[in-house]
Design a protein around this ligand. Structure first.
Ligand code: NA7
Length: 552
């Protein structure tokens, strides 16, 4: 046996061919692209998907109002000119159903479904050092083996319900937004509760304000929301956009988060006030995340600049909400603009000007329990027909915790990541050879326009796979120093921004799980440009940051 790593020389038994060279867990945006790349290379690979169809996030989140916050044309895959030429987006920010149709189109067009197995929930995966392969255990008891195990299991795929007494006893219709029913619900004349005002709750509230009979919003902490400015895309506009795809993707590559918007490099307080306000007015009128990532760059790291901008946005909320007392309740006071995920909205603030929409501030009157008839707060009972829980997720690591990954010497991933995840570039973790955490914690995918980051990560890993194959290598694992260096870099970039200062799912906070972690360093916020540089350095060094081994 020849190896590049003496520590692996002791692995003993004869090799046996695994069922697959690669198993991909999850058939969402990431898994679809990964299997496209693998089948292109002729690799013996399959996708295991727990649901009965493709789509991931876009299959599940059937709540009213679910749609992109990324420009549609920047969200589609960029890998095929033909695909770009033939697909027409109907709106600047596509709705859930259109996105799901798009993913179906991609899968059918490239005949990917034959590489996928549905209804296959993965329960556990155990690394077999002797055979250099993973044994993947399904909920139905089957065990499949694979050389490489790739996870595309979603960052927000483990919903969390509040721990209120009586959640299961409600007599009407109730659901978490992630599990919204497939059958359409008629909200007309219904008394509807929405609990939670994150990006999801804001979409639900905006959509249902003029559809529900009566809509009551239970808010614990408000977020800084900004207008989406959605609009239809005409056939002529779509033709122009198609002709501009090279520029659109180049702009995404040049930006930190993979969006079409570029920051303004001027320092906020150095720009004369009138000019600054005119710039912000213009920004507020432009579509998408421009208000967040197309702003003066220092709003994301300079507390004084951030306070100025937050003040400007607070003014907008006061303008849009007629009742001053309600407006104040909708203005965050515990965090600055953009330090948590900014929900994009369509007439969200105007919803509170309607007679049928009511805001309950849970800081004044907390929920005591969910009763069979509705919600009881500290001061009264609210009867409802429908309760919608927009209460968020066990974000980023939740999906990993649901699968019992066991690596070298019995080490479990849950234990290794219990406090803070440790990874190399967010795509591999020491002690778990040949496990590739596509869209994993600490990768660039979380704080990005997802498909843009995912194409980078899948392409990087697929090149590495080819390198391993061409060099006859069957085992790869990050070196300790690579993981340590990534942890240091991650901490440095996170600590340089205000983003890490707020309690949110970005920093591991989840009240329903009793988690108060701050600065848990879950997401890479150094930006796509820097991330690609870091990955590129590994390639240039011949993947020197990883231990690699020949077959036993
Ligand atoms: P988020 O952003 O985690 O928001 C969850 C919301 O639910 C937030 O307003 C929470 O208030 C609220 N919440 C959570 N638990 C409770 C309880 N027990 N009682 C009352 N209110 C509660 O999840 P989203 O689904 O909105 O967004 C997740 C991402 O999905 C989003 O960023 C997009 O990228 C897509 P809190 O702020 O914690 O006080």
């Amino acid at each position: 046996m020849a190896t590049q790593n003496a520590a692996l020389d002791s692995a003993a038994p004869a090799p046996s061919a695994p069922d697959y060279e690669a198993i991909v867990i999850g058939a969402g945006v990431c898994g679809v692209y990964q299997i496209y790349r693998l089948q292109e290379l002729g690799v013996r690979a399959t996708v295991l998907e727990a649901a009965d169809d493709i789509g991931g996030t876009w299959l599940r989140n059937r709540y009213p109002g679910a749609r992109f916050d990324s420009e549609s044309v920047s969200y589609g895959y960029s890998f095929s000119k033909d695909l770009l030429a033939e697909w027409n987006w109907s709106e600047r920010f596509a709705g859930r159903a259109e996105t799901e149709r798009y993913l179906h189109h991609v899968v059918d067009r490239f005949d990917l479904r034959r590489h996928m197995q549905f209804g296959c929930a993965v329960r556990a995966a155990r690394w077999d050092e002797g055979r250099r392969q993973w044994a993947v255990e399904l909920a139905d008891g089957r065990v499949l083996t694979t050389r490489f195990l790739l996870t595309s299991i979603g960052m927000l795929s483990t919903p969390t319900l509040p721990r209120y007494k009586g959640v299961d006893g409600f007599r009407g219709v109730s659901f978490h937004t992630y599990h919204a029913p497939r059958e359409p619900i008629d909200y007309a004349g219904k008394r509807v509760a929405v609990i939670g005002t994150g990006a999801t709750g804001v979409q639900v509230i905006s959509e249902l304000a003029d559809k529900a009979g009566d809509l009551t919003v239970f808010q614990r902490r408000p977020n800084w929301c900004a207008p989406l400015h959605n609009a239809p895309i005409s056939p002529e506009e779509m033709a122009t956009l198609k002709a501009s795809y090279d520029e659109i993707f180049a702009a995404c590559r040049a930006s930190a988060g993979g969006f079409v918007h570029q920051p303004d490099i001027r320092r906020t307080l150095e720009v004369p006030e009138a000019e600054r306000l005119a710039f912000w007015e213009k920004l507020y009128a432009t579509p998408g995340f421009s208000k967040w990532v197309g702003n003066f760059g220092d709003v994301s790291f300079d507390a004084r600049a951030n306070a100025e901008y937050s003040n400007f946005i607070a003014g907008k909320i006061r303008q849009r909400v007629k009742d001053p007392a309600i407006a104040e309740k909708l203005i965050p006071t515990d965090h600055g603009f953009g330090t948590r995920r900014v929900p994009l909205e369509t007439r969200y603030y105007e919803a509170y000007n309607r007679d049928n929409v009511h805001l309950v501030d849970l800081n004044e009157t907390p929920i005591v329990e969910i009763t069979p008839a509705g919600v009881t707060t500290s001061d009264r009972e609210y009867p409802f027909d429908i309760i919608i829980y927009a209460t968020g997720f066990d974000a980023i690591t939740g999906a990993f915790d649901r699968i019992a990954f066991t690596g070298v010497d019995g080490l479990t991933l849950k234990d290794k990541w219990a406090d803070v995840p440790a990874t190399a570039y967010g795509v591999m973790t020491r002690g778990f050879p040949n496990l590739i955490t596509l869209a994993g914690p600490q990768s660039a995918s979380v704080a990005s326009n997802f498909p843009r980051a995912i194409e980078d990560i899948v392409n990087w890993w697929t090149d590495l796979f080819v390198y391993l194959r061409d060099n006859g290598l069957t085992r790869i694992e990050p070196r300790q120093e690579t993981e340590d260096a990534w942890g240091r870099h991650l901490k440095a970039v996170t600590d340089s921004l205000l983003l890490g200062t707020a309690r949110s799912w970005f920093t591991g906070y989840n009240s329903n799980l009793g988690r108060e972690y701050k600065n848990r360093y879950l997401i890479y916020v150094g930006g796509g440009v820097r991330y690609r540089e870091e990955l590129g350095r590994e390639v240039a060094s011949g993947y020197a940051g990883f231990d690699k081994a020949f077959p036993i």
